[in-house]
Each structure stands twice: as structure tokens, then as C-alpha cells.
Design a protein around this ligand. Structure first.
Ligand SMILES: Nc1ncnc2c1ncn2[C@@H]1O[C@H](COP(=O)(O)OP(=O)(O)OP(=O)(O)O)[C@@H](O)[C@H]1O
Length: 628
């Protein structure tokens, strides 16, 4: 409220008295007096505003100083611009002058290279990995001093090189890669088509993408949002690089923010990022990918999963002084949380990998507890990635996020009405590079048919081709493995009845090629990135059509082709409609025998689908019940 307004209300008060009162109010602005409460309130507000401004300025100064220090340490060329204005007004020290000269030279060189690149825009071979990994746009991503809501000081700013890409090229890319973005705040950052379009950073200067030529569509479209601190739901086909889509923004966010300090005597491990995975093997795989990236900037990652020694994992946490990133399965993470060994109170970045699985009934409560142990969604960044996004989990997902951006890859719009108006909802879609074949068979003849298929697939030069065989039940997997073994097939298995070391050994043997056939339950359906799986055979149909999409997605990864054969029996007829839709959606043949089972899509039958592969900690002792 202005002083003028106050005058109007204090009739009869003489000017001198009013001034004296105001002076007094200014003096005691912090102490409430009953002399003039409304004036006091105004002054208090003013002071608060001033304090806030001062605080903000101080924070900005501090952030600038931190960046400056980092710049000094890392000789990060992109940071130089933030200090250019300063250099103009102050006399340059010799060191700064050298740096400026160096930068000017580099700018000139970059301009030349850019010109060259514009003549051959397709030059994205691994040989040019350095250019791919490190942005040559020295002027591009300049931290502007503000912090993201999760506390990271990294600021995403579209680079000049990306600005320079003609709009038609961007539109063509979005169309060709079938990228759709739904953003409640309406921002439209351009996709990062080349690695060189990414803002320079310490991490990128380490060239983490040397073996890749360009970002995958989900990376290209989601990075600008995730790097800006936004919550993201990323939906893209199996094997399309979603792990890197969340790993890069996670590591950038952590690398740009100081680790909160805790008492030296505090033995709790305070993670700053948490990634939750549905299975142990996937957690280990994600951990391996993330720690390679994190270690480039001196960050550590620890994997916590059931079935392995807790003491060893505790020791790892201690060794890594808490670990910056924790990749975990929910059960083991919950255990560590309840013991007070791990705290998520410093988490600025939370990821649900295979998000629909994590939000389904089997894990819902665990996820509520885990995300509930993190700072509130307003002050952390939450990312969810998956290849399948059923309606049933969407509402729940958004409850954990703030205005999430939804990035979808693939033409998943519902067919819509006769006028061609789609409903715009995200449909289930299988990887279109996978050749899908469905054979309707007699349930009694399944194992014999499996044997024939394996022999056919491993004929001649293909004798060492890797084949993944899916069963629904653990006992079934055991039976099928023994059946194949007796017939001379080199086979291993992975399912929940095996000890973790046995599971790990089987997977390693399959990866290394010492066994070419792996019989698995749905414990191996999601996320596992096993190179060169040529064929997936479904001996028994999974509980849900989503699991079918994930199972067959173990082949045809990272742009490669693959093949999947499904033995379908009358027992699976409830899935015929949704399977027909998947086949049609991927332009695959639909056998007449399958159509006979009907094309109606039934509502999801199993509430806790995939519960068959919920990881149970086998190392835990059961509770002994005594009867007296
Ligand atoms: N930009 C890229 N170019 C080429 N290959 C890539 C790129 N990014 C990641 N990859 C590779 O693609 C493979 C599949 O990636 P990833 O496991 O992240 O897939 P995904 O989308 O998470 O699959 P799923 O849905 O099955 O979990 C990995 O081997 C990974 O190294």
C-alpha cells in the first residue's frame, strides 16, 4: 500500500506527525507495534521484498562465481561468454587476455568449420565424434545464473548451431521421426538433431557419444526439456536409447550443482539422483550405463538390488561417500530407506524406468514410498520413460510430476472416426523393425514346435545366433529348459526361482555366446539390452499385451532388424484382439486362425500384470511361525 493511500485514510493527522510516525515505523519495521498496523504491514512487505532481492542477487553472484571457478578449472570455452562483458570494462589480466585470444582464435576456426559443415551436413560419422560430442558453438549454452527448480545451475539454452538449422529441416525431422510433443506450457524447443547441437559442458567435452553418430529421436526431442529441468514422460519403442535419454540430463544436473553438506559423523548415504527399475538385471544394466557417464565428471553411481549381499552394497555406498546416483529395484531400496542407511532427501532427479510397470499395482505402493521420501515434486525433477503407456497408469504418473511434457515417438494416434479424426491418445505400438509371426498351435504340441523352430533358426552359418525363449511361469521355464537340454541344445535360463548368482551367470553366458538359447520368464522381458538377439520365441503368451511388446523388443534394437515368433493357443484367446491390433499397427501379417479367436480388445484382465516377475528378495529369511 502506498503512503498516499494511507494519507487518505488518516484524516485530521497533521503532516509532521505522520512523518514522525513513518520514520518510527521504518526504524522498527521488524517489531510489530500497534501505532499504525497497516503502515507497518506495508513497510514489512517492502523490507521482505528488499531482502528477497538482496538474497537473489547474492545467490546469482555466488552462482556466477561458482561457474567462474568451474571455468577456470575446466577451461570450458562455452562459459567464457558470460564473462565477456566483465572483460570489456575491466583491464584484462594476462591469464584472461590469453584466454580471450585463445577464444577469439577458436571462434574464427569454428566459423570456418561451421561453413564447411553446412556444405556437408551429413558428416556425422564416428570419425567426427569429437565434433559430435563437444559443441563447437562457443557462444551457445551460457549458464545465466538462474537455477532450475531442482537446484541445478545447468541452464539449457538452444545453441546457435541449432538456431541455424532451417525450419523446414526441423519440421521434416519431426515428421520423419514421428515425434509428437505435448507441453502444457507451450514451449517448443527444437530437437537436438546432432550431438553438436547440445550446449557444451564438461561432460560433453569428454566425448561420451564417440560410438554413436546422432541422437535417437527420443533423445533429440526429450533432451531440450529434460536439460531445462522440466518433468518429462518419454514414450518410444523398445531399443531406442531411452536410457541415455534420461542419463544425460541427470548427470548434467548433478554435475552442475554442489553436493549438500552433511555432518561427518552422519553415516547415511544421501543420493542426489535415484533411478528405479523393475528388475535386478535391468537395474544393473542401467547402473553400468549411468556410471560410465557419471564417472566422466567425477560422479559416482551405486546399484542396489535384491538377492545380493546387503553388506556389500552398504560398503559400496560408504566407499562412494553416499553415491551421487542410486539405481535400484524398489524392494532393496525400501529396505535401505527403512534402515536409515540411505536417504533420498537430497534427491533432485528421480527417474522411473519402465514407468508403466513401476506404476502398476505390483509396485505402486513402493513407488509412492520411494518418491515420497524424495523432496516434493515441485523441487525435484521427475522423469518417466517406457515403450508402453497404458491408460491405467497415466493419472497416477502425473500426480508425481509437475506439468510434465509428454514426448512420444511413433505414429500412435488412435485410428479415430470415419472422418479420420484421431482421438490423439497414445496407442500401444511394437517396434516396426521386428518381423512378427504368429502361429496358432495345439497347446500340447508347443514344445515340439519350439524345438523345430530353434533348429530351423540355427541352421548352418546361423548356428550361433542368439535366441530368447519366453515362458509365462517359472515351472514352465524349468521344464522347457530341461526339454531343450535333453535334445542337445546349449541352453540356460533366467527366472525367479533361481538364485541371483545363477541368474547373472545365465545372462552372462547368453551375452558372451557360450549358450545361444536363453529360456526366460518375464523377468527378462523389459529393458534388457542384449546385443544381437536374432529371434524371440514366445512359447506362452504373456499376461498383458504390453508385456508382449516388451518381450519381442529384446530383438531389433538400436536400429537393427529382428524377428519374433509367437505360439498362440486357444488358452490365449483373450489376447487375440489386442495382438491383431499390434500386428496391424506394425504392418505385419495377421493369420486367419488368429482372427477366428475374435478381434475384440478386452479390458486388462490382470490388475498386477507382470507381478510374475516382481523381484522378491531371495536372500531374506522367511518369518518363522511357531504354533504352541
Ligand atoms: N544415439 C544412439 N545411437 C546409437 N545407439 C544408441 C544411441 N543411444 C543409445 N544407443 C544404444 O541403443 C541400445 C538400446 O538402448 P536402450 O537400452 O537405452 O533402449 P531402450 O529404449 O531403453 O529400450 P527398452 O524399451 O527395451 O528398455 C543400447 O545398446 C544403447 O547403447
Amino acid at each position: 500500500m502506498s503512503v498516499g493511500k494511507k494519507h487518505a485514510r488518516s484524516d485530521g493527522e497533521d503532516q509532521a506527525v505522520r512523518l514522525a510516525k513513518k520514520a518510527k515505523t521504518d526504524e522498527v519495521a521488524d517489531t510489530p507495534t500497534d501505532s499504525d498496523p497497516s503502515a507497518l504491514k506495508t513497510e514489512k512487505k517492502k523490507k521482505k521484498k528488499k531482502d528477497k532481492k538482496e538474497k537473489k542477487e547474492k545467490k546469482e553472484k555466488k552462482a556466477k562465481k561458482a561457474r567462474e571457478d568451474q571455468f577456470e578449472e575446466n577451461l570450458e570455452p562455452q562459459s567464457a561468454d558470460s564473462f565477456e562483458a566483465e572483460s570489456e570494462t575491466k583491464p584484462l589480466t594476462k591469464e584472461k587476455k590469453d584466454k580471450k585470444d585463445k577464444k577469439d582464435k577458436k571462434d574464427k576456426k569454428d566459423k570456418k568449420e561451421k561453413k564447411k559443415a553446412s556444405q556437408s551436413p551429413e558428416d556425422s560419422s564416428p570419425a567426427s565424434a569429437e565434433a559430435n560430442g563437444v559443441n563447437d558453438d562457443t557462444n551457445a549454452a551460457v549458464a545465466n545464473g538462474s537455477t532450475q527448480r531442482n537446484g541445478a545451475t545447468y541452464t539449457y539454452q538452444q545453441t546457435k548451431s541449432l538456431d541455424l538449422v532451417p525450419e523446414e529441416e526441423i519440421q521434416e525431422y519431426l515428421k520423419k521421426q514421428e515425434i509428437s510433443v505435448s507441453d502444457p506450457s507451450g514451449t517448443k524447443p527444437r530437437p537436438v538433431i546432432q550431438f553438436s547441437h547440445l550446449p557444451a559442458s564438461t561432460l560433453l567435452s569428454k566425448n561420451p557419444f564417440a560410438s554413436f553418430t546422432a541422437p535417437t529421436p527420443i533423445q533429440a526431442a526429450s533432451w531440450p526439456f529434460a536439460l531445462s529441468g522440466r518433468d518429462v514422460i518419454g514414450i518410444a519403442e523398445t531399443g531406442s536409447g531411452k536410457t541415455m535419454a534420461f542419463s544425460l540430463p541427470c548427470v548434467e544436473a548433478l554435475a552442475s550443482s554442489p553436493k549438500p553438506k552433511h555432518s561427518k559423523n552422519d553415516r547415511t548415504a544421501y543420493a542426489r539422483a535415484v533411478v528405479v527399475s523393475p528388475t535386478r538385471e535391468l537395474a544393473m544394466q542401467t547402473h553400468s550405463a549411468m556410471s560410465s557417464l557419471a564417472s566422466l565428471v567425477g560422479l559416482s553411481a551405486v546399484c542396489l538390488y535384491g538377492g545380493a549381499s546387503k553388506d556389500d552394497q552398504r560398503a559400496l555406498l560408504r566407499k562412494n561417500s553416499g553415491a551421487d546416483i542410486i539405481v535400484a529395484t524398489p524392494g532393496r531400496l525400501k529396505d535401505f530407506l527403512s534402515e536409515g542407511c540411505v536417504s533420498l532427501s537430497d534427491v533432485m532427479f528421480a527417474v522411473l524406468d519402465e514407468a508403466d510397470r513401476m506404476l502398476d499395482k505390483g509396485f505402486e505402493e513402493d513407488i509412492k514410498l520411494i518418491l515420497g521420501s524424495c523432496p516434493p515434486r515441485e523441487t525435484r525433477q521427475t522423469l518417466m520413460f517406457t515403450a508402453t503407456w497404458p491408460m491405467s497408469v497415466r493419472g497416477l504418473a502425473e500426480g508425481f510430476m509437475v506439468d510434465p511434457v509428454k514426448v512420444t515417438i511413433g505414429n500412435r494416434t488412435r485410428a479415430g472416426d470415419e472422418n479420420g479424426n484421431g482421438s490423439g491418445s497414445t496407442e500401444l505400438q511394437a517396434n516396426s523393425r521386428i518381423e512378427q509371426k504368429v502361429e496358432v498351435v495345439d497347446p500340447r504340441g508347443k514344445e515340439q514346435r519350439l524345438l523345430e523352430l530353434l533348429k530351423e533358426a540355427q541352421k548352418g552359418s546361423a548356428k550361433n545366433d542368439r535366441i530368447l525363449v519366453f515362458c509365462l511361469y517359472k515351472k514352465e521355464a524349468v521344464r522347457v529348459e530341461q526339454f531343450l537340454e535333453r535334445r542337445g541344445i546349449r541352453v540356460a535360463s533366467i527366472h525367479g526361482d533361481l538364485r541371483q548368482d545363477q541368474r547373472t551367470r545365465s545372462l552372462e553366458a547368453f551375452k558372451s555366446g557360450s549358450t545361444t538359447v536363453l529360456v526366460a520368464t518375464d523377468v527378462a522381458a523389459r529393458g534388457l539390452d542384449i546385443p544381437e538377439v536374432k529371434l524371440v520365441i514366445n512359447v506362452t503368451f504373456p499376461l498383458t499385451i504390453e508385456d508382449y511388446v516388451h518381450r519381442i523388443g529384446r530383438t531389433g534394437r538400436a536400429g537393427k532388424k529382428g524377428k519374433a515368433i509367437t505360439l498362440f493357443t486357444e488358452h490365449d484367446k483373450a489376447h487375440s484382439g489386442s495382438l491383431v491390433n499390434i500386428l496391424r499397427g506394425a504392418n505385419q501379417p495377421v493369420p486367419e486362425e488368429l482372427l477366428k479367436f475374435g478381434t475384440t480388445v478386452k479390458k486388462k484382465a490382470h490388475d498386477s500384470y507382470g507381478a510374475f516377475f516382481k523381484d522378491v528378495d531371495m536372500s531374506k529369511k522367511g518369518t518363522k511361525i511357531t504354533f504352541d
